[in-house]
Design a protein around this ligand. Sequence first.
Ligand code: DSN
Length: 429
Amino acid sequence: MQPPMQPTTANFVPADAEAALRATDPEIADALAREVVRQRNVMRLIPSENYVSSAVLAATASCLTNKYSEGYAGKRYYQGQENVDVVETLAINRARALFGAEHVNVQPYSGSPANLAVYYALLEPGDTLLSLSLPHGGHLTHGWNVTISGKLFNVVQYGVRPDTHRIDLNEVRELALKHRPKMIICGASAYPRIIDFEGFADIAREVGALLLADMAHISGLVAGGAHPSPVPHADVVSTTTHKTLRGPRGGMLLCKAQYAKAIDRAVFPGLQGGPHNHTTAGIAVSLKEAAAPSFKTYVHAVVDNARVLADCLLGHGFELTSGGTDNHLILIDLTNKGTSGKPVAAALERAGIVCNANSVPFDKRKPFDPSGIRIGTPAVTSRGMGPAEMKLLADFMAEVVNNLSDEARQARIAADIIALCQGFPAPGL
Ligand code: DSN
């Protein structure tokens, strides 16, 4: 690899960038400006979303979008890589240090391609996969029947217990012993409790299966010590970079050294062409931020806020899947309120509170019209909101749900939310 060029003060985000965009494409400029206002003025509770810092935004909006870099640092198929190699190597080294991983690949375009790369690297079509089912909090790419993973593999799924809504490792073990999967997947996108990665690893070892831990939702919590890490236990760990980790939209794979070659080959040239270097730069910056002591404080505040919000919602008579939360996420079953996810999500949005309708375990309704909503605290905590605001938020949510058709009331709450948000400026905006 060539040594990096000398530091320079050349602008990498042009000072006139916004004016240039407005002059070239006012329709897109208007949509972006309106989105800034929306992100400033609403309570963003979708648990997979966050606010990146100005530094991450700057790196992501940089000239690296101009560059092709197929290959890996020091072994590229194009010339002109001296700065890209620096960026990608920094990202890799920071991720290895932050998570204690033996090998890291920062090129997956996002979480779904990252998971596909793991399957491509380590499985053959027809192999058996054991994973958490989507309606019980799992992810589409963990073998759900409409996805390529569901079509290529023989998928067996575990669920959560009907009484506790928690993953039952006894059930996982029984299914593993019966079906002898080639790979067990743990990790979720709608599971509010701690995942026992060590327990999964014990089962995988017992049945000779590979263990993939998808920590997309919780990678920030893992980085900051607010959730146990899967890295010492799993053969491969996949993650997105834009959820609790608070980076740009992207993906990463962390694995044991013995799988490094297979994983790298599966990402490139197996599934992808040139990496998105501007995203890699943003990931590198976010990993540096995640290693700072303030990030630890942030992720613990995310969990504390979720607990307070959950307690206040219980106080308002909401039913929560598993009765509460250990992480950043809360799943509300609206059945006892005589309503369901879609109308509530729409009413909350009119009131300035943005979440998503979501299935709850053992849902009797259809996935597109489910019984619940899913909320989370990563974004509001990035704004500096704390327990007092969580209590207010729960009060607002209860008022909306108890008066679903009262749009005047929702408009009044939306105005109160704007006033509240003004006291907590959104990072990067
Ligand atoms: N779409 C993401 C989420 O919202 O959880 C998972 O990929």
